[in-house]
Design a protein around this ligand. Sequence first.
Ligand SMILES: [Zn+2]
Length: 215
Amino acid sequence: MATVTPEGLLDSPGVISRLFPTIEKGPLKKITGIVVHQTDGPTAQSAFNEYMHGGNGAHFLIDKSGVIYQSASLKKKTWHVGMLKAKCMETYSCSPAELKAGAGNLDKKHKIEMQKTRGERFPSNDDSIGIELVGRAILDPKFIKPGMTREDVNKLRGQKGIFETVTAAQNGALGRLIAELQTVLTIPQDQVYRHPRVSYKNQTEASTAQWLERK
Ligand SMILES: [Zn+2]
């Protein structure tokens, strides 16, 4: 069975250690969930190049071939989630006062969520593991208008692009990795989420990721 070393490495035969201290953001004291992402980049190396400059990242990265890299310690936070959506919206159970307080203000909504107990909200950067799958968002050329800067196009790609289909090898590796992490870290089946469910992201991100899910 896989174990976690004192340094926070998942000691598993299928996982290659490729740590980037540049994306580690302080101690991760409690892990309650897993968030699955796609990188919006073409290769593992393109993600690693960004990790070297710091900023956003996640704990694992799965290449298109299914090779799994651990890119951050399980004892450290990474920035992979962003602002939380209100979980009560899914069950129509938000209080009127809460709806009013957070209306139109994502930052405020996030702060309201973070005051809730862990079971009442989605997992955040403070208490979750991130898994990135290498894959790009592809933008239909019809959205590109003359005079747009590269930055404009990148922003539009993030909003309206459609993420590549996750490969069979990636889904196989993802299923194995999630099962191992759930066992080692005692994470319930229903605490594994695709990124757009918990935060305001392109709805196609990780939409074709597959693992053993229980609704
Ligand atoms: Zn993401």
